[in-house]
Design a protein around this ligand. Structure first.
Ligand code: NAD
Ligand code: MG
Length: 398
């Protein structure tokens, strides 16, 4: 058989959870991929190790203070070292077959946009791009003629279930949620939940930000917004089901009554491998699932009273791109404040809701049309959320 040329890829956020799983996929499939760039925020030693492991051409560290350490660690390897946000954008501008967008948060906006403009397909884990500026990303991708391949497990499952079907035949798109560590907790217990408890996800091992998002179900809220942009469906055709086994990741319900669901073990190597091979499927990597061992799959409706983030996200989706941008900014600030011990668990969703209201009251309720607008609005949302936390903390009895 004729061997395909290796796929050229770049990995943004190469030292994180998505990045590490991506490197594991490459290790499972030797010779299939060539790596142009790997990037990370601040751990130069880790980044250098990953760069050597995958044989990258260039390694870029966002934190300029770590540049010398990176350069030293790469000495004699022939791997180029670079630093700073500019360095990351330059690496994103190098065209490849697929860019893995695995940076966490709004920090991924500029590099992902640069990659789109360079004509690379995007394997999108960084859902915050779509929550902050989905209209813009979808339009830019269309204009550049590139695909946004959903790497988030639910969206990847739906992408696979949709196949060649027409969206007009689709009744509903259903995202499953594990329910997180607090699925069965009372509201009272959740109010006192410690970060260490929220960081214990039952089924997935992921970075800290998305793990907290999974505990509040804000992650599912972000994913509703993500699905809206990826599949061009409105809030009314998007559903969430709590499915604690995390075996079915997404379901497409067709108007004719048929439902197509995608199943796999909860392991990010599956959606990552799918995006990297698309439109083909990857080879045998031994990730098959023993359904007899799983035995039982259950589904329930999410409890919006205990998990208000879902309602807040749906309202933001209805309100428009400015509101989802504010939602993301406030959520990033709120999660950081919760992890720092400055606010309680239930305050996260409340803070997000209040920030969106204040962003509107301040007259910023216009959907961003450029990346500059999106970043300016993001900054405003962060400023307002930070102010709300400062006032909240000042009110606390000492
Ligand atoms: P993580 O915290 O484990 O890793 C984040 C990566 O981004 C690291 O390499 C870090 O160095 C880099 N980074 C952080 N801030 C940066 C900045 N300012 N500039 C440049 N680089 C920066 O996060 P993760 O869990 O891998 O998640 C990454 C993204 O993928 C998130 O958007 C998350 O929602 C999404 N996602 C993750 C998973 C998962 O299984 N971890 C699943 C679905 C979607
Ligand atoms: Mg997901």
């Amino acid at each position: 058989p004729v061997r395909d040329r290796p796929r050229r890829i770049s990995i943004f956020g190469a030292t994180g959870s998505i990045g590490t799983s991506t490197v594991a996929v490459l290790a499972d499939r030797p010779g299939e991929f060539e790596v142009e760039a790997v990037t990370a925020f601040g751990n130069a030693g880790n980044l250098a190790r990953v760069a050597k492991e995958v044989g990258a051409k260039v390694a870029v560290i966002a934190d300029r203070n770590s540049f010398e350490t990176l350069k030293e660690a790469l000495e004699g390897t022939g791997i180029e070292a670079a630093a700073g946000d500019k360095g990351i954008e330059e690496a994103a501008s190098r065209p490849v077959d697929v860019v893995v967008a695995g940076i966490v948060g709004a920090a991924g906006l500029s590099p992902t946009l640069a990659a789109i403009r360079a004509g690379s397909n995007i394997a999108l884990a960084n859902k915050e791009c779509l929550v902050c500026a989905g209209e813009l990303f979808v339009a830019e991708a269309r204009q550049a003629g590139v695909r946004i391949l959903p790497m988030d497990s639910e969206h990847n499952a739906i992408f696979q279930a949709l196949g060649d079907n027409r969206m007009e035949d689709v009744d509903k798109i259903i995202l499953t949620a594990s329910g997180g560590p607090f699925r069965e907790w009372t509201k009272q217990a959740m109010a006192a939940a410690e970060p260490a408890e929220a960081l214990k996800h039952p089924n997935w091992s992921m970075g800290p930000k998305i793990t907290i998002d999974s505990a509040t179900l804000m992650n599912k809220g972000l994913e509703l917004i993500e699905a809206h942009h990826l599949f061009d469906v409105g809030n009314d055709r998007l559903d969430v089901l709590v499915h604690p086994q995390s075996i079915i990741h997404g379901i497409v319900a067709f108007k004719d009554g048929t439902m197509i669901a995608t199943m796999s073990a909860p392991d990010m190597r599956m959606p990552i491998g799918h995006c990297l091979s698309w439109p083909k499927r990857g080879g045998d990597v031994g990730l098959g699932l023993d359904l007899a061992k799983v035995a039982k799959l259950t589904f329930t409706k999410p409890d919006v009273d205990r998990f208000p983030a879902l309602r807040v996200a749906r309202e933001a989706l209805e309100a428009g791109g400015w509101a989802t941008n504010a939602l993301n900014a406030a959520n990033e600030i709120a999660v950081a404040a919760y992890l720092a011990g400055n606010i309680g668990f239930l305050e996260i969703a409340r803070l997000v809701e209040d920030t969106i209201a204040d962003v509107a009251a301040a007259g910023f309720d216009r959907t961003p049309e450029t990346i500059k607008d999106a970043l300016a609005l993001d900054k405003e949302g962060r400023r307002i959320a930070t102010g709300l936390i400062a006032r909240h903390t000042a009110r606390q009895p000492s």
